[in-house]
Design a binder for this molecule. Structure first.
Ligand SMILES: CC(C)(COP(=O)(O)OP(=O)(O)OC[C@H]1O[C@@H](n2cnc3c(N)ncnc32)[C@H](O)[C@@H]1OP(=O)(O)O)[C@@H](O)C(=O)NCCC(=O)NCCS
Length: 200
C-alpha cells in the first residue's frame, strides 16, 4: 500500500520519501526511491505524510503516535471522480488515500485516514467513519453508514439504505471479498457470501 500511495504522490507532482520501520527493513529496501528509518520522521515536520498501510488498526496506531507532531495530507489520484464539492471535502481530511478510478457521487462524509482503493464506488449520502478501508472494486450504494475501522472487501457490494435509516456496517467489521450485503451488519464481526451472512 505504501508503494501504491507513493505512486499517487508521484502522479500529483510530489517526490515520495518512504519510511522503514527499523534498520533491518531499511537495509532490505529494494525499491528505487529514497527511504528513511521511522525514528527520523520527527525531523521531517515540514513535509506532509500519509500512512500507506492497509490494516486499519495499525494505521490508527501510527496516526495517534504522530498526531500533532507531523502533518498529514490526503492523496487523491487524478483519475478519481467526485460529485460537487466532494473532492475538496476529501482533500480537507487528514491522511485519506483515494486510488485510481475511485468514484464518489454526492453528499458523502469521509472520515480521516480512510483508504478508497482502486475503482471503489461510493454513492450519495454515505457516511464513512475514520480508518475505514474500502478495497478495490467494491460498491457502496446510497445511504450507507460504515463504522470506524471497518474493512469492505474487494468487489463487495453494499446495498442501499434509506434516507431515514441508513444501512449500517458496524465498527471493526470486515465484509468479505465479493459479498453482497443486504442488511445491517453488527460491529466486531465478519460477514461473507451472497447474500452476506455473519461467519465470525
Ligand atoms: C471474509 C474473510 C475476511 C474471512 O477470512 P478469515 O476470517 O480468515 O476466514 P476463513 O478463511 O477462515 O474462512 C471462513 C469461512 O468463510 C469462507 N469464506 C472466506 N472468505 C469468503 C468470501 N470472501 N466469500 C465467501 N466465503 C468466504 C471460507 O470458505 C470458510 O468457509 P468454511 O468454514 O465453510 O470452510 C476473507 O476471506 C476476505 O474475504 N477478506 C477480504 C480480502 C480482500 O478484500 N482483500 C483486498 C485486499 S486490498
Amino acid at each position: 500500500m505504501a508503494r501504491e500511495a507513493g505512486d499517487i504522490a508521484c502522479e500529483i507532482g510530489y517526490t515520495p520519501l518512504y519510511i522503514a520501520r527499523d534498520q533491518i527493513e531499511l537495509d532490505a529496501w529494494a525499491f528505487p526511491a529514497e527511504a528513511i528509518i521511522e525514528t527520523e520522521v520527527p525531523r521531517y515536520d515540514d513535509i506532509p505524510f500519509v500512512i500507506g498501510i492497509g490494516e486499519n488498526a495499525i494505521r490508527q496506531k501510527l496516526a495517534q503516535r504522530y498526531a500533532n507532531k507531523i502533518s498529514f495530507l490526503s492523496l487523491i489520484h487524478p483519475s478519481a471522480t467526485f460529485g460537487r464539492g466532494q473532492r475538496k471535502a476529501a482533500e480537507e481530511r487528514q491522511g485519506v488515500i483515494v486510488c485510481a478510478g475511485a468514484r464518489f457521487t454526492n453528499n458523502i462524509q469521509i472520515g480521516n485516514f480512510c483508504i478508497f482503493n482502486q475503482n471503489a464506488t461510493i454513492a450519495h449520502d454515505v457516511v464513512v467513519e475514520d480508518f475505514v478501508h474500502v478495497a478495490p472494486g467494491s460498491v457502496i450504494s446510497g445511504n450507507v453508514h460504515i463504522g470506524l475501522r471497518s474493512w469492505i472487501g474487494a468487489g463487495a457490494v453494499i446495498n442501499q439504505g434509506t434516507e431515514s435509516m441508513k444501512l449500517s456496517i458496524g465498527a471493526d467489521t470486515v465484509i468479505g471479498s465479493g459479498a453482497v450485503v443486504l442488511k445491517n451488519c453488527e460491529a466486531n464481526s465478519v460477514y461473507a457470501g451472497v447474500p452476506a451472512r455473519r461467519i465470525k
